[in-house]
Design a protein around this ligand. Structure first.
Ligand code: FAD
Length: 111
C-alpha cells in the first residue's frame, strides 16, 4: 500500500510530463538544479520541468532535524557511492554520500 502511494504520483507525474513539451528540462532536483529552475520559472512565459528520482523528504526527521546529521547516510535517500580502492587509505573504498531526494545533497548535508 505504501509503495503504491509513493509510486502512483510518480507515474501520474511522469505521464503528464511525457504528454507535454517544456522550454527547459532540468535533470536533478538538487541544490543547483532547483536554483536554476526557480530562476527560469520567474518568467511566466517559460515552462520548466525538473526530473528527480528521489522523493520529497520534508517529513523525514533525518533530513529536517540537524541533530540527526549522518543518519541518512546509507539509506534510500543516499546514492551510496564508493570511491575506487584508495592506496593512501590502505586500499579501502571510501563512502561518498550524495543526496537522492528533493534538494539533492542539501537533504543530507546537515544544514
Ligand atoms: C554529507 C555532505 C555534507 C556536506 N556538507 C556541506 C557543508 O557543510 N557546506 C557546504 O557548503 N556544502 C556541503 N556539502 C555539499 C553540498 O551539499 C553540495 O555541494 C551541493 O548540494 C551539490 O549540489 P548539486 O546541485 O551539484 O548536486 P546535488 O544537490 O547532489 O543534486 C543532484 C541531484 O541530481 C539527482 N540525480 C542524480 N542522478 C540523476 C539522474 N540520472 N537523473 C535525474 N536526477 C539525478 C540526485 O538525486 C540529486 O537530487 C555536503 C555534501 C554532503 C553529501
Amino acid at each position: 500500500m505504501r509503495v503504491f502511494k509513493l509510486v502512483l504520483p510518480l507515474v501520474q507525474g511522469a505521464t503528464m510530463a511525457l504528454s507535454k513539451s517544456f522550454d527547459y528540462v532540468i535533470v536533478g532536483a538538487g541544490t543547483s538544479g532547483l536554483v536554476v529552475a526557480n530562476r527560469l520559472s520567474e518568467d511566466p512565459a517559460v515552462t520548466v520541468a525538473v526530473i528527480e528520482p528521489g522523493l520529497d523528504q520534508r517529513n523525514n526527521p533525518n533530513v529536517t532535524d540537524m541533530s540527526k546529521f549522518s543518519l541518512a547516510f546509507g539509506t534510500s535517500i543516499d546514492w551510496q557511492y564508493k570511491t575506487t580502492e584508495q592506496p593512501g587509505a590502505g586500499g579501502k573504498k571510501l563512502s561518498l554520500p550524495q543526496g537522492k531526494a528533493w534538494g539533492g545533497s542539501s537533504a543530507i548535508n546537515g544544514t
